[in-house]
Design a protein around this ligand. Structure first.
Ligand code: E4P
Length: 213
């Protein structure tokens, strides 16, 4: 399973990339707005650090305008993936972009039907939002499981990104399901590296070493 970093913050990206475990980056309008910088500028900066897929989301809601924005975003770098919201207009844009060989990440997926429609329109990736489903009392990982097994059953090539990840258990569940990718906030990446027995083990090794040298 690939790990993408879900942030638009340069320091967070630099830090996680230096661990050697980041396969790509996803952003959304809220994450970019928090940085107080233009989308084009921030995605260019990210492209200098990360050579894996970088998702950048369109703001338009009408399909022709989405396609126009997508073409502009793709000019930034060849690894830019255009994030398209899961709407009727988004599906139309996804179809056009897939014919133009522009990779897409259809976002804000909350049902199996939405995921299948996005795949049929030619999406490169679909992003079910696990945490936001859990937030309203649903089971986000159950949806990921359904999408992964349905895509397998029907030989759909679209890759599944477990998104809106809130904690390390979401990541390990996505792994067990066989999800293609999890897009993970930086703090969750650092929680994944930690285990108290690792720290305790290092402490003991060093103490034993000192006592005998
Ligand atoms: C990823 O593609 C999404 O932008 C992101 O995971 C949303 O996460 P949130 O629900 O924490 O905002």
């Amino acid at each position: 399973m690939k790990i993408f970093l879900d942030t638009a913050n340069i320091d967070e990206i630099k830090s996680a990339v230096s661990l050697g475990v980041v396969d790509g980056v996803t952003t959304n309008p809220s994450l970019v707005a928090k940085e107080g910088i233009s989308l084009i500028k921030r995605i260019s900066e990210i492209a200098e650090i990360c050579d894996g897929p970088i998702s950048a989301e369109v703001i338009a809601t009408e399909h022709k305008e989405m396609v126009r924005e997508a073409i502009e975003l793709r000019k930034i770098a060849s690894n830019v993936v255009v994030k398209i919201p899961m709407t009727d207009e988004g599906l139309k844009a996804t179809k056009i972009l897939s014919e133009k060989k522009i990779p897409t990440n259809v976002t804000l997926i909350f049902s199996l039907n939405q995921a299948v429609l996005a795949a049929k329109a030619g999406a490169t990736y679909v992003s079910p939002f696990v945490g936001r489903i859990d937030d309203i009392g649903g089971d986000g990982m159950q949806l990921v499981d359904e999408i992964v097994s349905t895509f397998l059953q029907y030989n759909l090539e679209t890759q599944v990104i477990a998104a809106s990840i809130r904690h390390t258990r979401h990541v390990s569940e996505a792994l067990r399901i066989g999800c293609d990718i999890a897009t993970v906030p930086q703090q969750v990446v650092y929680q994944m590296t930690q285990h108290p027995l690792t720290d305790k083990g290092i402490e003991k090794f060093l103490k034993d070493w000192e006592n005998n040298n």
